[in-house]
Design a protein around this ligand. Sequence first.
Ligand SMILES: [Cu+2]
Length: 169
Amino acid sequence: MGGVSSFTRIARGTVAGVLVGLVVAAGAAGQSPATSPITVEGAWARTSPMIERAGAAYMVIRNAGATDDALIGASSSASAVVEIHQTTADPSGVMMMAPVGMIPVPAGGEAVLEPGGYHIMLIDLVAPLEEGATVDLRLSFQSGLTLDVAAEVRAMMPMGSPMASPAAM
Ligand SMILES: [Cu+2]
């Protein structure tokens, strides 16, 4: 049946295209941190004080390059859903959080993810976050770069962190 064989050819072509795409993505993921303008410092995570089976991760993302970049997504084996959130206060001072499409990481600058501001939201945790354990995160950037980060689970904000509302993600 000519129709079937023609369908098979198209399908094979599609599979080949997907494989090429995967090789390119693996190359980007394997890029040495030494050559990447993006670095992450002080990654940590905690269980949400407010929401059962949710947690959040925080860090400072630096961009030593000459091109603006942005964090556009993340994944983790620790939770079914990972979203990029921003906590803000409404005019009456009530803290609320919502997903954002990206967190800008300007050229020569940094993005600060901290309680009361930007954070990586871990939704539907596979297991409760245990203090001292690490949460793996794969960060995806607008530039196509991906970066693997290990965030240490802590009960409290690390010493020296700016004081934000401890109840807010
Ligand atoms: Cu959140």
